[in-house]
Design a protein around this ligand. Structure first.
Ligand code: ZN
Length: 136
């Protein structure tokens, strides 16, 4: 599909750090429990680190203890794009930024978390950037 933000691979490489590029543009996964937002409780909005689109808010962030920032719902239903991912011998649902197509993480459902949606958007810290409410 066509995204609002379309850049060449070369442009992404120049704009992102190697670690950001590996996750956002090559669908990598940062190691568990090391991401800067894993346990963050600061109120604010999480923007796409590649294009700045608003993706998640602290209102839907919850403690999943899975090692990555977890949200039970995106900020807006059309903020993210969900794609079936059959890599690594599993059937998962990949979560991408709907504005630029960058990889954010995966969404899992029916795990029994006590959240309104029973969904866990498992998002790489390095894919997003928190803008605290008091700075916006
Ligand atoms: Zn984006």
């Amino acid at each position: 599909m066509a995204y609002n933000v379309e850049k060449s691979d070369q442009e992404w490489r120049e704009e992102l750090t190697p670690d950001e590029y590996a996750v956002l543009r090559q669908a990598g996964t940062e190691p568990a429990f090391v991401g800067e937002y894993t346990d963050t409780k600061t109120k604010g909005v999480y923007n796409c680190r590649a294009c700045g689109a608003e993706l998640f808010t602290s209102e839907t962030k919850f403690e999943s203890h899975c090692g990555w920032p977890s949200f039970f719902d995106p900020k807006d239903s059309d903020a993210v794009e969900l794609i079936e991912d059959r890599s690594h011998g599993m059937v998962r649902t990949e979560v991408r930024c709907a504005n630029c197509g960058s990889h954010l993480g995966h969404v899992f459902a029916g795990e029994g978390y006590a959240t309104p949606t029973d969904q866990r958007y498992c998002i790489n810290s390095i894919s997003v950037r928190l803008v605290p409410d008091d700075e916006s």
